[in-house]
Design a protein around this ligand. Structure first.
Ligand SMILES: Cc1cc2nc3c(=O)[nH]c(=O)nc-3n(C[C@H](O)[C@H](O)[C@H](O)COP(=O)(O)O)c2cc1C
Length: 166
């Protein structure tokens, strides 16, 4: 790995098309929402969603403690929250960064503005290096807007991934 040109790895990995969503987490009184791009389905039976979460993130600790998370798919026309949710979110009443939430069946937050959402229970947590890959079984789901286009990294000028900067 050390001989590989960092810039090249960055450029190529950044080309991988990814959705952008908000990952909801909660442990006790602590609630959070986090901008998440490394997310995909990895099994049909059980229906498993893989979310790779930075070991240093608040979200990591909350998922580790509660073993649940939510996936909140967002409207491509409203990508502003992704900037705000790239650091720990402020909770006021039932809002995170002023975005309304409700408590899901798993106890984790569901964003009222999400165009669709999944609630997941962690079945496996795999240490993959800088991140932990949480494999969550889908236990609940909902759609608020079936027509809206789902936000993706390509709708923003943001980037995530590549080689870790030191
Ligand atoms: C566009 C974008 C995509 C991101 N994707 C991920 C991701 O897939 N996994 C992750 O752990 N952090 C991701 N992050 C970083 C987190 O959003 C950021 O580090 C985070 O707020 C820290 O989490 P915390 O609020 O739980 O501490 C991404 C950030 C941006 C700006």
């Amino acid at each position: 790995m050390s001989d590989l040109p960092i810039e090249l790895i960055n450029k190529v990995t950044w080309k991988i098309p990814n959705a952008l969503c908000l990952l909801g987490s909660r442990s006790g009184d602590e609630w959070n929402g986090m901008t998440q791009s490394w997310l995909t389905q990895v099994s049909m039976e059980p229906v498993l969603i893989a979310a790779s979460v930075d070991r240093k993130a608040v979200t990591h600790r909350l998922i580790d403690e509660s073993r649940v998370f939510t996936v909140n798919l967002w409207n491509a026309e409203d990508t502003r929250p992704f900037v705000k949710f790239s650091k720990p979110a402020a909770k006021e009443g039932m809002t995170l960064n002023e975005r309304p939430i409700r408590e899901g069946a798993t106890g984790a937050p569901i964003f009222e503005e999400a165009i669709a959402y999944l609630e997941c229970e962690v079945r496996e947590a795999i240490d993959v290096g800088t991140h932990t890959l949480f494999l969550g079984e889908v236990v609940a789901a909902g759609i608020n807007d079936d027509e809206a286009e789902v936000a993706a990294m390509s709708h923003t000028r943001m980037k995530y991934g590549g080689v870790k900067r030191h």
